[in-house]
Design a binder for this molecule. Structure first.
Ligand SMILES: Cc1ncc(COP(=O)(O)O)c(C=O)c1O
Length: 395
């Protein structure tokens, strides 16, 4: 054949031999070749296992999905291009054959609130919010609204409230509502919502799952009843993760338990150091015995694993003092996101809750003096030293 033809075809479409790669390769092909039309027809018809088109599924994504599903005790999973795409897929799938009505926690990640208000409600779905840490209020809201779906986060952002997930699952189930749980902050090392009665667990894989600040991704893990519906929806909508990001996320997950154990231990040390510092006001951390959700925390979180997020207030501080404090940080990275191997700090008033009015923020308990720290895997002494020197520069 001529060089133009060989340039396109030579070397490709080789059948793998009996060898099995030790880790999953990055499969970038958009479509798959079979020796005969009959085989391709059976794969298209799902009478035979195989891959035909990367929007339907892809071997790199399938490996990540199997891994995520195993960690979350699910029936199956869907890897998506972002955490927001994963939440959207889970909500659409949960509502597929239910009342078009969502009851959501009143403390959710800002973009999730935007998704609910600007996309879901704007397309005719009813959206209401309730305090899911107050079970009486939550039950009353369920009775009144009769939602098709309930949406909560396991550990809320930035005040780190811990929802009584097991009781919420009972109430949702009795009411016939699907329960969607964003488990990004807790990770499956701390909590596995599907084991407690949830129907969908979602993650921003951008955070702890991938863990290195180099991936944007999301995962939905679901029970058996919702899996086929979720995959059919995905085939139609096409929110899938790219294979390179799948590879990075899988690589990240291999060290998730190691990273998370270290990050949780570091966070415990940082939180107690902060609580004893006279320039620090309130410290928000689930290990605090005076935490408003102490009963749920004792029941649901393993001893010593309280997450690796710590929020705290600087005494008598406003925006200027917080900027001085954060500008003085030398190790802790001033950036949005969380869950990376490196420690990161964020000013919620400027970022995640920027669009919320000051009065509404005050009602939510998010003050101008509050910062949120995602504790990394560094030596904890260095993290504390950085906080200490930055506080010295602030006064
Ligand atoms: C709890 C939570 N859920 C979902 C998301 C959205 O994830 P992504 O940015 O990957 O779309 C975030 C992002 O910060 C988050 O913190």
């Amino acid at each position: 054949m001529k060089i133009q033809t060989r340039a396109v075809h030579a070397g490709d479409r080789k059948k793998a031999g009996p060898h099995v790669p030790v880790t999953t390769p990055i499969h970038t092909a958009a479509s798959y070749f079979y020796e005969t039309m009959e085989e391709l027809d059976r794969v298209f018809g799902r009478e035979e296992a195989g891959y035909c088109y990367a929007r339907y599924d892809n071997p790199s994504n399938a490996a990540l999905e199997e891994l995520a599903s195993s960690l979350e005790s699910g029936h199956g999973a869907l890897a998506c291009g972002s955490g927001m795409a994963a939440i959207h897929m889970a909500l659409l799938s949960a509502l597929a054959d239910r009342r078009k009505s969502i009851l959501a926690a009143n403390a959710l990640y800002g973009a999730t609130v935007s998704l609910l208000m600007n996309v879901m409600e704007a397309s005719g779905i009813t959206v209401r919010f309730a305090d899911v840490c107050d079970l009486d209020a939550f039950r009353k809201a369920v009775d009144e609204q009769k939602p098709g779906c309930v949406l909560i986060e396991t550990i809320s952002n930035p005040l780190l409230r811990v929802a009584p997930l097991d009781r919420i699952a009972e109430i949702a189930q009795e009411a016939g509502a699907a329960l969607v749980v964003d488990n990004t902050f807790a990770t499956p090392l701390l909590l596995r919502p599907l084991e407690l009665g949830a129907n969908f667990t979602v993650h921003s894989a951008t955070k702890y799952l991938a863990g290195h600040g180099d991936v944007l991704g999301g995962i939905v893990v679901t029970d058996a009843a919702h899996y086929d519906g979720l995959r059919a929806l995905s085939r139609a909508v096409g929110p899938v993760l790219g294979p390179f990001e799948s590879y990075l996320t899988m690589r990240g997950i291999k060290t998730l338990p190691l990273r998370m154990e270290r990050q949780c231990a570091n966070a415990c040390r940082v939180a107690s150091w902060l609580a004893s510092h006279d320039a620090i006001g309130r410290v928000y951390f689930p290990a605090d015995p005076a935490h408003p959700d102490a009963a749920a925390i004792r029941r649901l979180l393993p001893q010593g694993l309280y997450g690796a997020m710590v929020s705290f207030e600087l005494k008598d501080a406003g925006r200027d003092e917080i900027f001085r404090f954060m500008n003085a940080l030398r190790l802790i990275v001033r950036a949005t996101s969380l869950g990376d191997v490196h420690s990161m700090m964020l000013y919620p008033v400027m970022s995640s809750h920027r669009e919320v009015s000051p009065r509404h923020r005050e009602r939510m308990g998010i003050r101008d003096s509050l910062v949120r720290l995602s504790v990394g895997i560094e030596a904890v002494e260095d993290i504390i030293e950085d906080l200490e020197q930055a506080l010295r520069h602030t006064r």
